[in-house]
Design a protein around this ligand. Structure first.
Ligand code: F0G
Length: 436
């Protein structure tokens, strides 16, 4: 169907066949052709100055929706939502560390640290909107497939909303912190003997047959929430856009969200030009980078393998929406090796910031793009750190304690007898390395 002149404030549209559906339609995909859905909003009636005034006024609210770095932008996220399921979330910092300027070769690299969200990843921004929508439509249960962070976030927000949650994760390939969170927040957790792509196929089938509301990032309400990573960054920069925004890419929900946020922000007069997006994949899970190298002539599917388990995805669901984002922002897609990811992670960690392995792909990507001359040292660059350092303690301990031969950044723990002589002997051997 298509709406006539009486357009609602917000509706859903199929990105493949342009079929339009009401905002409260619970289907995960287009009911006509099975394509991916996208949320569309009428052009906000409030102009630029009024919108910016509202965003600023809400900042710092002690409680309620406005305390959230997602719902502060509600006019361009989900204006019709009144009762929101919020932790609150968002309000994450932009960090600068000179050690990372030196490591990447960018003067004044900014890190948008999404690991500062309540469950430790950017997923909370999409989940507050997704679970709010689940409650609005009266969902009896919610479900997702996940490499771990979506599961942890869904588990927390479903518990907040009092809705039962089902999560499907690949057995043996979920970082410890994420699995522990899903269990602790109370989601029914299925360890699937397969990879993420198997989990996603299964949960989509289950959601259609069992009538469970699907909250993977194919859900367009999740994308609306994730747009606020970009909106909040732009606000922190005084609505003066950077030259580049660099992010890790797996299932491509975030790449889709970033492009949508930027294009809307420009269309609605919040910014006057578009930053370029750089989406960074792990070399062993890089079907999108491969398509980009071929001018997006065709979509690829691979059997994924990488130490960055969060982005161990071979058949990204939001492919079409992400292609649009890269095209519209004159963006680039690249792949970095596991060695580059681990080296970037060691640099981010040693700077005192810390992040999980997948997040470090963005910093590895910045270094690679500077070396290639695509990013210039004087460009204004924001790299997004998507998850907290403690999400993946296994990767940390492996790198620092077990990897042979020890990599240059390895910080081996030293076991000693309980004597002062032993402490003093260790201190004499090596002063700890600060990197500032
Ligand atoms: N970084 C982290 C820490 C992630 O958890 C993910 C995705 C990404 C980057 C990539 O984002 O999928 O939108 O391209 N994690 C999903 C999950 C797949 O299930 O937690 P994307």
């Amino acid at each position: 169907m298509r709406f006539g002149i009486e357009r609602p404030e917000t509706w859903q549209v199929c990105t493949a066949c342009r079929n339009e559906m009401v905002e409260t339609d619970p289907h995960a995909r287009c009911v006509r052709c099975g394509g991916l859905l996208e949320i569309e909003h009428r052009v906000p009636t409030a102009g630029r100055e009024e919108l910016l005034r509202r965003f600023t006024e809400r900042r710092g609210a002690p409680v309620g929706g406005s305390a959230s770095g997602v719902w502060r932008y509600r006019d361009i996220v989900l204006p019709s939502a009144t009762e929101v399921v919020s932790h609150p979330e968002g309000n994450t910092p932009l960090l600068r560390r000179s050690a990372l300027d030196r490591w990447t070769g960018v003067d004044g690299l900014l890190l948008k640290h999404e690991g500062h969200n309540p469950t430790g990843s950017f997923k909370d921004r999409g989940m507050t909107v997704g679970v709010t929508q689940a409650r609005r439509i009266g969902a009896k249960a919610v479900a997702c497939a996940s490499t771990g962070n979506t599961a942890a976030s869904l588990a927390a927000y479903a518990s907040l909303a009092g809705i039962p949650a089902l999560v499907l994760v690949p057995a043996g390939n979920v970082a410890l912190g994420k699995l522990a969170q899903s269990l602790a927040y109370g989601a029914r957790t299925l360890l699937v003997r397969g990879d993420f792509d198997d989990c996603l196929r299964l949960v989509e089938e289950a959601s259609t047959t069992l009538g469970v509301y699907l909250l993977n990032s194919i859900n367009p309400f999740r994308i609306e929430g994730q747009k606020t990573i970009v909106l909040e960054t732009l606000e922190q920069l005084g609505w003066d856009p950077p030259d580049w925004i660099v992010l890790p890419a797996g299932n491509l929900g975030n790449t889709a969200a970033f492009g949508k946020a930027l294009v809307e922000a420009k269309a609605w007069g919040l910014i006057d030009r578009l930053p370029r997006l750089a989406a960074v994949q792990a070399a062993g899970a890089a079907p999108f980078a491969r398509s980009f190298a071929e001018g997006f002539a065709r979509r690829h599917r691979v059997k994924a393998e990488t130490v960055a388990t969060a982005i161990r995805i071979g058949d990204p669901a939001s492919y079409d929406r992400a292609v649009k984002s890269i095209r519209e922002t004159d963006g680039v897609v690249l792949a970095v090796t596991d060695e580059e990811i681990l080296a970037a992670k060691a640099a981010v960690d040693a700077s005192g910031v810390g992040c999980e392995p997948a997040s470090a792909a963005s910093v590895a990507g910045v270094k690679r793009l500077v070396a290639a001359g695509t990013i210039r040292p004087a460009d204004r660059v924001v790299a997004v750190l998507t998850g907290h350092i403690l999400k993946d303690p296994g990767a940390l301990l492996y790198y620092h304690r077990e990897l042979e031969p020890p990599p240059p950044g390895a910080n081996r723990p030293i076991e000693i007898e309980p004597t002062l002589a032993e402490v003093s002997r260790v201190l004499e051997r090596a002063a700890p390395s600060g990197s500032g």
